[in-house]
Design a protein around this ligand. Structure first.
Ligand SMILES: Nc1nc2c(ncn2[C@@H]2O[C@H](COP(=O)(O)OP(=O)(O)O)[C@@H](O)[C@H]2O)c(=O)[nH]1
Ligand SMILES: [Mg+2]
Length: 333
């Protein structure tokens, strides 16, 4: 293809919000005047809220694969992706027909497809050779923040996918409107989005007798994630236009869309995409803290915060070196 086709490939575990994101992002971009085609590559997506411009179901049906080869849903899905890889011209022909649009590719949720299986890597590689400029959007459900072990685990799988897929990558913490549904977070939201001081999670984990014996392993895993220094998350709530705009700006910068030539752009638009993401640190997540996170209530006794459950202490933990300093900030004369 002579002109590049820009787009996003949306991955993440089942239920993390990929299909909802495709639907929401398509509407958001269309409102901004961008022509969008959604590609449904998830054979397990029976009912989708959007109209798919290209649907893998037209090439192969998961139910037929499972019946014909006596496979379960996982095996059937891997077969479908390998089948697509071997018949990729089917997809490339259809992408050529919609070449003047922006692509949103809704993918299956099986994590192995992005961590070690070769079919998805091969499909993406050939799409890139064909002239697409994709950004991988990795959706991670924000309820993982409420459990330190789960959070380390998603950081690892996110890192693994980034290294395996080899695309510009944006990790999204989805459903932040539900972030404290499973309990009050031990650290501030920025601790989870910035992924800078994960060793504070070890302290939180040491209370759990089951994971206590794996302390050294967890230390090593945390070191690994932090040494690569690649993983960070952008929080998203699908009904928030501001949050959608932030994700869009990151993605446009990552895949180069904001510097492309397809859309009428003036300098101001370009600057807003390129620099709009560099807000003050605290302002980046202020809306989430205010709307969806439990703030300390006046009159509550400190004991409320030290009883059962993973709760932030009264003096809110930030998850950085300031937590080690046991004094209130202030001026000294
Ligand atoms: N509260 C809330 N629910 C969401 C959000 N995004 C997705 N969901 C819900 O999460 C569930 C799984 O979403 P879906 O898009 O099907 O996930 P997929 O399996 O990754 O494609 C659905 O019930 C969605 O309505 C969000 O931002 N906030
Ligand atoms: Mg889906």
């Amino acid at each position: 293809m002579s002109t590049p086709v820009f787009g996003q490939i949306i991955i993440g575990p089942p239920g993390s919000g990929k299909t909802t994101y495709c639907h929401g992002m398509a509407q958001f971009l269309r409102n901004l005047g961008r022509a969008v085609t959604i590609i449904n590559l998830d054979p397990a997506n029976d009912h989708v809220p959007y109209e798919a411009g290209i649907d893998l179901g037209d090439l192969i049906q998961l139910s037929e694969v499972m019946d014909s080869y006596q496979l379960g849903p996982n095996g059937g899905l891997l077969y479908c992706m390998e089948f697509l890889d071997r018949n990729l011209d089917w997809l490339l022909n259809r992408v050529t027909k919609v070449k003047d649009t922006y692509l949103l590719i809704d993918c299956p949720g099986q994590v192995e497809l992005y961590t070690h299986d070769q079919s998805m890597k091969s499909i993406i590689g050939r799409l890139e050779q064909f002239g697409t400029r994709l950004c991988c959007v990795n959706m991670v459900d924000s309820h993982y923040c409420s459990d330190p072990s789960k959070f380390i685990s998603v950081c690892l799988t996110s890192l693994n996918s980034m290294l395996q897929i080899e695309l510009p990558h944006v990790n999204v913490l989805s459903k932040v409107d539900l972030i404290e549904k499973y309990g009050r977070l031990q650290f501030n939201i920025d601790f989870y989005t910035d992924v800078l001081d994960l060793e504070f999670l070890l302290e939180a984990m040491s209370e759990d007798p089951f994971v206590k014996k794996y302390k050294k392993m967890n230390e090593a895993l945390i070191d690994l994630v932090q040494n690569y220094s690649l993983v960070s998350f952008i929080p998203l709530h699908i009904d928030s236009a501001d949050r959608m705009l932030t994700v869009k700006n990151h993605v446009d910068k990552a895949n180069g869309y904001c510097f492309g030539s397809q859309e009428e752009r003036n300098l101001r638009m370009m600057m807003s995409s390129a620099y709009g993401v560099a807000d003050f640190e605290s302002a980046k997540t202020a809306d989430i803290r205010e709307k969806f996170m439990d703030l300390d209530l006046p009159g509550e006794t400190p004991s409320t915060f030290t009883t059962s459950g993973p709760k932030r202490q009264r003096k809110e933990k930030l998850g950085n070196d300031l937590d080690l300093i046991d004094m209130e900030p202030g001026f000294q004369i």
